[in-house]
Design a protein around this ligand. Structure first.
Ligand SMILES: C[S@@+](CC[C@H](N)C(=O)[O-])C[C@H]1O[C@@H](n2cnc3c(N)ncnc32)[C@H](O)[C@@H]1O
Length: 408
């Protein structure tokens, strides 16, 4: 494939936004692609793919390029050029290419790149492109399985849909996308795998609320709460509502859902999504004080605690977060998780159930928090079951869920 200057500089612009201006990769890519209507579908996917790949393999590309800290435009051009050379080797895809003879690439020697790449492959944290502290933590917490999870977290995530059963069904959505392009996912009742990447938000099916984009692993969490029609459900960390919408569908629009969060803006987004999904049993509430929780003591048949976390189970989708995450944040978020689990659980009625969930592969954010909760609340609570999904073993994102019941 011929390398076009305009496309390389679009990638460079995107990377500068992410690494210099500290912006989120998905938002940067979305805005960049909107900014030039002349790019065709191939150009767009070239730009988006390269930005995500370079973000994912950032430490490796910097090592091979010998760029210590990327600051200037020239650094990003070099990194983008070097990635074009190592990509076919590293991802086993595409043909090996020669870089065009632009002055910006004059310094890059193919032989030197090949030698540095071979050297990098011997050092896991560089070959797998992960900060030292996450590599150490992963090994400490996951022991032998860290190696294979780390590799799986560097793969490109599949595109999964959840069919909204309030408005459509799996068969109808499969027919919309066609047999060649869509397939059901085993053991996840309303999940569909789309074989080709595409922008779902522009489709009529999405605009009509027939479907949502949601990883199949994430689709296991709402049903884990043992939902039956008529129940009163609280989703206490609802965010923009991926799981609230699923809960509404499982309730078949009966009973009630109270979607809560400390971030009111996210709940506003949830309201829009609920309308598109045809959800009629949902209210939202922004949490401001501890007393907001106390007032709801023992009111819920079911409580979902989809707590804030490191996101180390969803790095395939958000590869930039491994560079932005800091050890101090992880310590702080574990305290928040504990606060939520130990105080919000009061909202569950006697005999009611609660799911504690994270999108982290780390036991310290997941199993250990539940273990600690059970140690202090054994008289009142029973741990019914726990489940994990894993990028390495089932190909889903890395989620943890625990089902607990308040004794009668
Ligand atoms: C993992 S995200 C939720 C994702 C959401 N459930 C979904 O399925 O789309 C965690 C959420 O917890 C919220 N949060 C953080 N601290 C909180 C707190 N103390 N109480 C309630 N929500 C909190 C964050 O704003 C964020 O939206």
């Amino acid at each position: 494939m011929k390398i076009h200057r305009g496309l390389i500089f679009a990638i460079v612009e995107g990377l500068q936004h992410i690494f210099v201006r500290n912006r989120q990769a998905d938002q940067v890519v979305e805005q960049l692609l909107k900014s030039n209507k002349k790019w065709g579908a191939r150009d767009r996917s070239f730009i988006a793919e390269n930005i995500y790949e370079i973000v994912r393999w950032w430490r490796l590309v910097k090592y091979v390029s010998q760029v210590e800290k990327a600051k200037e435009e020239a650094d990003f051009v070099k990194l983008t050029g070097v990635w074009q050379l190592i990509k076919p080797l590293h991802l086993h895809s595409g043909e090996v290419i020669a870089l065009p003879e632009w002055p910006e690439f004059a310094e890059i020697s193919t032989e030197h790149v090949a030698a540095r790449y071979a050297e990098a492959m011997e050092i896991r944290k560089i070959a797998q492109s992960i900060p030292d502290w996450i590599d150490e933590l992963g090994e400490k917490e996951l022991k032998k399985s860290w190696d294979k999870e780390l590799k799986a977290l560097n793969e490109q995530a599949q595109l999964n849909l959840r069919v909204n059963t309030l408005k459509s069904d799996v068969q109808a959505v499969l027919e919309l996308f066609g047999e060649d392009n869509a397939a059901p996912i085993a053991n996840v009742p309303n999940a569909i795998l789309l074989k080709k990447r595409q922008n779902i938000n522009n489709t009529e099916a999405f605009k009509n609320g027939y479907l949502e984009v949601q990883d199949a692993g994430s689709q296991l969490i709402a049903p884990y709460l043992d939902i039956q029609p008529g129940l009163s459900v609280i989703d206490a960390c609802a965010g923009a509502g991926g799981k609230s919408l699923h809960l509404a569908a499982l309730l078949q629009n009966t009973g009630s859902i109270l979607a809560m969060d400390i971030a009111g803006l996210k709940l506003n987004e949830l309201k829009k999504r609920a309308e598109r999904n045809g959800v009629t049993n949902l209210e939202t509430m922004t949490i401001q004080f501890d007393s907001d929780i106390e007032k709801l003591s023992r009111t819920a048949d079911r409580l979902l605690l989809d707590v804030p976390c490191s996101g180390l189970g969803v790095l395939r989708r958000n590869p930039d977060s491994k560079w932005k995450l800091k050890p101090e944040f992880l310590d702080q978020i574990r305290h928040v998780q504990w606060h939520i689990l130990s105080t919000y659980s009061q909202m569950v009625k006697k005999g009611g159930k609660m799911v504690y969930a994270t999108c982290s592969i780390l036991p310290s954010e997941s199993e250990d928090q539940v273990k600690r909760f059970m140690k202090t609340n054994r008289k009142e609570w029973e741990l019914i079951s726990q489940q994990r999904t894993s990028p390495a073993t089932d190909g889903f994102d890395g989620f943890y869920m625990a089902l607990l019941q308040r004794k009668l």
